[in-house]
Structures are given as structure tokens and as C-alpha cells.
Design a protein around this ligand. Sequence first.
Ligand SMILES: NC(=O)c1ccc[n+]([C@@H]2O[C@H](COP(=O)([O-])OP(=O)(O)OC[C@H]3O[C@@H](n4cnc5c(N)ncnc54)[C@H](OP(=O)(O)O)[C@@H]3O)[C@@H](O)[C@H]2O)c1
Length: 333
Amino acid sequence: MSEINRHIVLAHRPEGMPKLSDFRLQEDAVEPLGDGEVCVATEALSIDAFIRTTLEDEAYHGSVPIGGTIPALGVGRIVASEAAGYDVGQAVFAPLGAQSHARLPAGMVQPIDETVAPATARLGVLGMTTGLTAWFGIHEVGAVQDGETVVVSAAAGAVGSVAGQLAKLAGARVVGLAGGAAKCAYLTDELGFDAAIDYKGEDVAARLREVAPDGVDVFFDNVGGELLDVVLDQIRERARVVICGAISQYQNMDRVQGPSLYLRLAERHARMEGFAVTHFQADFPKAEAALASLLSDGKVQLREHVVDGIDRFPEALLMLFNGGHTGKLLVRV
Ligand SMILES: NC(=O)c1ccc[n+]([C@@H]2O[C@H](COP(=O)([O-])OP(=O)(O)OC[C@H]3O[C@@H](n4cnc5c(N)ncnc54)[C@H](OP(=O)(O)O)[C@@H]3O)[C@@H](O)[C@H]2O)c1
């Protein structure tokens, strides 16, 4: 093979919000494949919050060494194979990394059936870090019931917009928290949320009292920090607070701001429970099948925001934290 791999490596460990100069584009020849390996040409990469946490010295998802390729989940196509049953041309999902070509043991790639949905759906509605995360957070951890009031933060993002739609399908009243009027209009006008609150421009506590006067049964939280306290103050008896993520805290993982109003849990016989989607691995096939059917019936939708070019991967990663996208953020390679 004479392919050149263009990959994004970590140049410096960021302090706080990463800078473009913390990353470097590097070009190297793809090394010859060993027995049982495949080479995948990347087509699209999922921009996920966990990537930021891997830039630290120590991280739950593993730490990237200086000079190491930034991890990322992606979809692509096999362009060379030394593994029986893995044919050139096959579309696959894999932890490809931020690179144009990934050399991987075949056991690490999952073939994609492109007749079910376009390959990028495996990063979105059918994706582990998006649709599956929303599914288990809403149904298993939040146990959302018909008629309940559900609040979702980062609601116009990937996980949040699917979570809100799943809660609606379960019969809940859904309130989304998002940054800006355009995102709020997207939630109510296009995704069918019952209400949306612009946390950047409105008094969230006051507006939440207006749109959910009887309180909140389930809070699907993607943000943490101050917003978590604002919603904790308005939970109902027996509420469930689902800790899906805390994107407001990922730039300072050694000084995470915890909720100061956690005693509302005791006062209201409520609970707060976190999860990583991988805790539900055994149930992935069931959830994937349910999501595939909702997607093909048009009952769940997810807008894609596509940034073109592997060289723009760092820019896309920063966008996740400044809210420049709506829906699923992808890099097309
Ligand atoms: N538990 C799991 O297994 C699991 C798996 C995947 C993802 N997650 C979590 O799910 C959450 C959403 O991830 P995603 O990939 O779907 O990203 P996303 O929601 O598409 O993008 C992140 C959004 O968060 C909002 N945001 C960023 N910084 C913020 C801040 N300081 N305060 C308030 N809002 C902020 C921005 O929207 P606005 O414009 O509205 O501010 C941004 O669009 C993350 O917390 C992630 O860690 C958890």
C-alpha cells in the first residue's frame, strides 16, 4: 500500500479550553498490514465530548500521549484487507481516530448495513455516543413515564435532541435548555418539544417555573455546573436526575463544580444517577433495532452539522464547547 495517512496529533496538553495550537496535522505512510488487519479510509468522524477528557494526563477513557493521534469514533470503508471475511469496499464503524486512514485488527471494525440508513447514522441516531446514550438515559436510568415532565440540557445537541424526542415518544412533556433563540426555535418548531428555554438569554429558574409549574420529574443533564442546581431546585417528589454528562466542567476536570442543592434529593425523595453508555453494552442490539425503526419511520430525526477536512478536526472539537453547531457534529474526511 502506498497510502499517506493524514492525522491529528496532540502537540501540547491544553490548560482549560484547548487552542488550535494544541494540535498538529502530521502525514505518514500507512504501514503494511499484518495478518488479520484491515486499512480503513475514514469518511466521517464523530465529534464527542469524551475526546476532550482524553487530552488530560489521566482520563476515564484513556489518556492520549503527546504526539499521539487524537481518538475518535468514525465510519469509513475498507481499502485494503489481510483478514478473511473483511472485503475491500465494505463500510464499517470503528474507533478510527482523527486520521484519514486507520490500520486496525479486523476484530475492531463493525460492518455497516448501508441499506438500513446512511453510514453516518451509526454516529448519530444509531450511534453509541448519541442515540444509544439518549436511549439508555431516557428509558433505563430516567425511566421516563407517560405524562411526566422531562427537562433536557444541551437539548439542541446530538444526545440532547434525541433524548428529548425519545421522551416525547414515551408520552412526556419535554422542556429543552439550549443556548440562543435559534436553537430554542429548532427544538419547539422542528423537534416537537413542548417548550425551550434559552439559558444564555433568559432567567432559567423563572421560565422553568412558568413552563413546568408542577415541577420536574426527570432531568436529563448533559451540562452540570450551575444549570444542574437551577433544575435540582425545581424537582418533584420521586424525581430522577440523570447524569449523562457535564460539558460545562470538562475544561477543569480536577476542579469539577458539584451541585450545592443536592439536598433537594433528600427533601423530595428523589435520586440522581449517572451512567456511561458502555454500562448497557449487553442491550445495544435491542436498542439499535428500536432506534433504527424509529429512524426509518421518521419518528426521530437528527440534523448533522458537517465540518469538512481532517485538518479542521481541532476546530470542530472546539465548536462542541462553544455551541456553534445544532444536532450531530461530524468531520467529513
Ligand atoms: N454518559 C455517556 O455514556 C455519554 C455518551 C456520550 C455523550 N455523553 C455526554 O452527553 C453530553 C452531550 O454530548 P454531545 O456529543 O451530544 O454534544 P452536543 O450536545 O452535540 O454538543 C455539546 C453542547 O453543549 C452545550 N454546551 C457546551 N458548553 C456548555 C456550557 N459551558 N454550558 C452549557 N452548555 C454548554 C452547547 O450547546 P448550547 O449552544 O446549547 O450551549 C453544545 O452544542 C456531553 O456532556 C457528553 O459528555 C455522555
